[in-house]
Design a protein around this ligand. Structure first.
Ligand code: HEM
Length: 254
């Protein structure tokens, strides 16, 4: 007999009402644990000097495409200075962009130094939410998810190449540590991505409080609709067949 495998029971409703519970579930599923947090933190002294390079590269990337560049024409939360009048005038050296870069730098430092506690998880959640049109947030920006996903993909590639090439992580004695750090960053980005994606998807409305069938099909009455229309059409066909055979038997015997 196959050995019984344990199964974690997740409360679907809590995924949408309890940020810490959601973080824990996604982390457990992804396999982001204390050893990954330790790996991320161990890389802090190596990442810290690279933060300005990463931040500049992120903004250069965002400014390489019209749709992502144009988002930065809008006045960001907390910025009081001069903003560019149009995309042609906007550069990565503008006061507002320098201001934004400071926030991104602080974010990156937090990722590698913070305690991974409720306060930090609330921050990851706030960063994701800030990019969407969710009511009640301070920032006025509303970024389409296609760009967020694209930036995550790009950032992932950039970080992997950068970390992989760190001289401190070369040599056979560092192979395992390098792999651990790379995997930990990768998992962390996917966790942050969940705190973006959840504000773009309407999964809460589609899945919370629905019965088991609707969560399987994603559309409440599709399966039952298919069954009932098949029964009606099938029944109608049987009636037709019985009716016509009766008719022809009657005609033939007349
Ligand atoms: C990998 C995905 C992304 C990450 C991790 C990220 C991270 C952040 C962080 C940490 C902040 C500052 C939070 C703070 O103020 O403490 C921020 C703000 C901002 N981000 Fe992103 N971001 C991402 C994608 C994007 C994209 C794709 C755009 C535009 C196309 C964008 C535009 C902005 C803008 C305009 C602000 C300033 C919002 C305001 O203060 O009003 N972000 N982002």
């Amino acid at each position: 007999m196959a050995p019984a495998t344990s199964i974690a029971v997740i409360d679907r409703n809590r995924l949408y009402t309890d940020v810490m519970y959601r973080y824990q579930y996604v982390s457990d599923f992804i396999g982001f644990n204390d050893s990954d947090i330790a790996a991320v933190k161990s890389a802090a002294p190596l990442i810290a000097p690279l933060v300005p390079v990463i931040v500049d590269a992120v903004y250069d990337q965002l400014f390489s495409f019209n749709l992502t560049k144009e988002v930065f024409l809008q006045r960001g939360h907390g910025f009081q200075g001069q903003t560019a009048a149009n995309a042609a005038e906007l550069t990565t050296n503008d006061e507002q962009i320098k201001y934004r870069k400071d926030f991104l730098a602080k974010y990156l430092v937090k990722l590698v130094t913070a305690e991974y506690d409720a306060k930090f998880v609330a921050y990851l959640d706030r960063v994701g939410r800030m990019h969407t049109n969710t009511p009640g947030k301070a920032s006025k920006i509303n970024v389409e998810y296609i760009h967020v996903n694209a930036l995550f993909g790009w950032l992932h590639g950039f970080l992997v190449e950068t970390v992989d090439a760190l001289p401190e992580l070369q040599g056979p004695e560092n192979t395992a540590q390098r792999a651990k750090v790379l995997a930990a960053f990768s998992k962390l980005l996917w966790i942050q991505n969940d705190f973006f994606a959840m504000y773009y998807l309407n999964d809460e409305q589609r899945f919370v409080g629905k019965d088991a069938d609707s969560t399987l099909s994603g559309k409440p009455s599709r399966f039952f609709g298919w069954i009932s229309s098949s029964v009606i059409i099938g029944g109608f066909a049987v009636l037709l067949a019985v009716g016509s055979s009766f008719y022809f038997t009657t005609i033939a015997s007349a």
